[in-house]
Design a protein around this ligand. Structure first.
Ligand SMILES: CC(C)(COP(=O)(O)OP(=O)(O)OC[C@H]1O[C@@H](n2cnc3c(N)ncnc32)[C@H](O)[C@@H]1OP(=O)(O)O)[C@@H](O)C(=O)NCCC(=O)NCCS
Length: 258
């Protein structure tokens, strides 16, 4: 009943992945990428009626894009897809699985709870409009001395931030920070691997003035590089910055698999 997806499943799957959320759905934009990445699973009854995608890292499994055709919900199909990923993870010796769930998505939160997932963090998603300016002063390099974050957001996946990843990000000038107050703000930048012209930023916010510095830099960077969208993920709340709009809030949920 559960198998790896193939390209030709796309037509049937996209039929039930159009208006999943109030804002639509993104499966049509990621389908081809996920097929080539692998570990895209479908559940079928004659034809595909549900999907989910997994990414296996040595230290965690990431589960995303769970969708069940509305005509087949409450039959434990999503639960089976998640359990399938968990059992592959266990076989690979991966200790934890994670997923991201909109704080207003009750069905999904209830499912995760029933499967034994616990909320580990809550993140806010903001969009920022590009705007040319030169009112900022930022630094490039390694801002993390003792307290390094455990994860950063790469193409909407919370991926482990280890020393190797930090070195790579620094060599690509993708870590910027502002440290004028001893309570620095840090941003990790990355282009989306799935959406055109989209800059994804993980923002670890310190003082208000350092955060403002970073946001002004990002606006200008977005304008110079002509990004269509700047998407910012942060655990902090920001209310008084022009052209920064809070869109959604998500819980990061996780389960120990051992
Ligand atoms: C969320 C979703 C994937 C659940 O799929 P599903 O196959 O219906 O889920 P399951 O049958 O495995 O449900 C498992 C448990 O979750 C809870 N649950 C699921 N849907 C629920 C709902 N609409 N209301 C209340 N509880 C719900 C229940 O506890 C359920 O167990 P029960 O049926 O024994 O009471 C499906 O509703 C869906 O595709 N929604 C739109 C896309 C989406 O939100 N994806 C998740 C993004 S993180």
């Amino acid at each position: 009943m559960i198998r790896e997806a193939i390209s030709s499943d796309k037509f049937e799957v996209l039929k039930f992945c159009q208006n999943t959320f109030s804002w639509g759905d993104y499966i049509k934009e990621v389908w081809d990428h996920w097929i080539s990445e692998g570990d895209l699973f479908v559940v079928e009854k004659n034809q595909p009626i549900g999907i989910c995608h997994a990414v296996f890292y040595p230290t965690q499994a990431w589960i995303e894009g769970i969708r069940i055709n509305p005509d087949f919900r409450r039959q434990s199909l999503a639960s089976k897809l998640v359990k399938n990923v968990e059992s592959i993870s266990k076989q690979k010796g991966i200790p934890i699985s994670l997923m991201l769930i909109d704080t207003e998505n009750e069905p999904s939160l209830l499912m995760a709870k029933q499967l034994g997932y616990k909320i580990s963090e809550t993140w806010k998603f903001y969009s920022l409009q590009s705007q040319k300016n030169n009112d900022f002063e930022i630094s490039l390099g390694n801002p993390f001395q003792k307290n390094k974050p455990t994860h950063y957001v790469k193409s909407w996946r919370w991926v482990p931030l280890n020393e190797k990843e930090i070195s790579l990000l620094i060599s690509q000038n993708n870590i910027v920070y502002s440290d004028t107050t001893n309570n620095k703000s840090v941003a990790i930048l990355g282009e989306s691997e799935h959406f055109d012209n989209t800059l994804i930023v993980t923002l670890f916010a310190g003082s208000e003035s350092d955060t403002k510095n970073i946001l002004l830099f990002l606006q200008n960077f977005g304008a110079e590089k002509q990004y269509k969208r700047i998407q910012i993920l942060s655990k902090e709340s920001f209310s008084n910055f022009n052209n920064l709009e809070h869109r959604l809030t998500f819980h990061l949920v996780q389960k120990l698999l051992s």
